[in-house]
Design a protein around this ligand. Structure first.
Ligand code: SF4
Ligand code: SF4
Length: 360
């Protein structure tokens, strides 16, 4: 008989760092276009897997010496190699017991709404879109929704490829909480992990959602260390609140478009790959957003930034180059201190000297 214990043991044996299981009913009330209940309507359980991000992949960014390991190992490596292998193995065990394993890796899937700002992608009919095809071609890459998608069934259906909120799903599996910075925090690894899931029609024993000491210390370090000012201050009132089957989850209403620009390109003082003259010149106003000339962060501004700067450090692994990670490193530094969930995890703290900043 398939049990939760069997699944969790298989997950750990295959290389996951933690595993939690929740009932699908925890997603009752989620917006349709982000509700995983629509993926596999007969599913009864969601199994969440945590894959730790080695703290060392942040070391190069912390020192200003190496920027490639974080996107390649912690995005590419986990999403494309380590996690799928675990999903595959645990899926085998579930299906050997006669249940189905709907595996859901950390995806590049794009749904009907933009995963950047939730705005709809297919506001035009396909016919109208053909007429504006040239625009659609250039708009899709950064809008990050698919343009022509529509429900495949008439009833009780949403458009593919539905993408749900991974971090809330991890909370639903009892794996942790969401911090002010919108990162998933777990008791074991703080903000350092990625997650993946299996949905199954097997009914299992479920984990309670996390109810221990709050993992986020509401310290504001992530706010202070974001080079783009993307995370609102704690007392700004700018927050998102979600009631997940009785558990209140709350985080800062981050300016995601702004983060899209700064996460990859970091800005004048934190991007050693772009010459100073490029920032000074700000040709055609392409860097207005990053230079603080405009406060408007939207898809158009992002396209200008990426067009101007992508050539200085192309994304060879298919993942945007991370030059920032400020919120993660700030959070680790805080959670390693006394009373934080990462206290005693490492012999030496992540941050041993003043953070660097280019003088220009
Ligand atoms: S990833 Fe960088 S730019 Fe984005 S919120 Fe975090 S610190 Fe700010
Ligand atoms: S840096 Fe502080 S406020 Fe921000 S998520 Fe981490 S613990 Fe919470």
């Amino acid at each position: 008989m398939l049990t939760s214990e069997m699944i969790k043991q298989a997950a750990l044996d295959a290389g996951a760092d933690a595993c939690g299981i929740g009932p699908m009913s925890r997603f009752d009330g989620a917006p349709d276009e982000m509700n995983p209940q629509f993926l596999f309507p007969e599913a009864k359980s969601v199994i969440g897997f945590v894959f730790r991000i080695p703290r060392g992949v942040q070391r190069g960014i912390e020192e200003g010496t190496q920027f490639y390991q974080y996107p390649s190992m912690a995005y590419g490596g986990i999403n494309e190699i380590f996690a799928p292998a675990v999903l595959y193995r645990v899926g085998q065990i579930i299906e050997d017991e006669g249940y189905e394993a709907f595996v859901y890796r950390n995806t590049g899937a794009r749904g009907v709404v933009s995963d950047m700002d939730g705005s709809p992608g297919n506001t035009l009919s396909p016919e109208e879109q053909i007429e504006v095809n040239e625009h659609a071609k250039t708009a899709t890459a950064h809008h990050r929704s698919v343009q022509f998608t529509r429900p495949a069934r008439e009833e009780n259906s949403v458009a593919p490829d539905l993408q749900f909120q991974f971090r809330l799903a991890a909370v639903a599996c009892g794996l942790g909480e969401i911090g002010w910075s919108k990162m998933l925090l777990t008791p074991q690894f703080g903000p350092l992990q990625r997650v993946a899931f299996i949905f199954t029609d097997a009914e299992l024993e479920y984990d309670e959602m996390y109810s221990g000491k709050p993992l986020c210390r509401r310290c504001g370090a992530c706010v202070r260390e974001c080079p783009g000012g993307c995370i609102p201050s704690l007392n700004s009132g700018k927050k998102i609140t979600v009631n997940l089957d009785g558990k209140i989850c709350e985080w800062g209403d981050i300016d995601m478009w702004r983060c899209y620009a700064f996460y990859t390109h970091a800005g004048r003082y934190y991007n050693p790959f772009v010459p100073k003259e490029v920032w000074d010149k700000n040709e055609n106003g392409s860097l207005d957003l990053m230079e603080g000339v405009t406060d408007v962060a939207n898809e158009q501004e992002i396209m200008k930034v990426y067009t101007a700067l992508s050539k200085y450090f192309p994304s060879w692994v298919g993942y945007n180059m991370a030059k920032c990670g400020g919120c993660i490193r700030a959070c680790v530094s805080v959670l390693e201190k006394k009373g934080g969930c990462m206290e005693d995890r490492f012999k030496e703290p992540l941050r041993t000297k003043k953070a660097w900043k280019l003088d220009r």
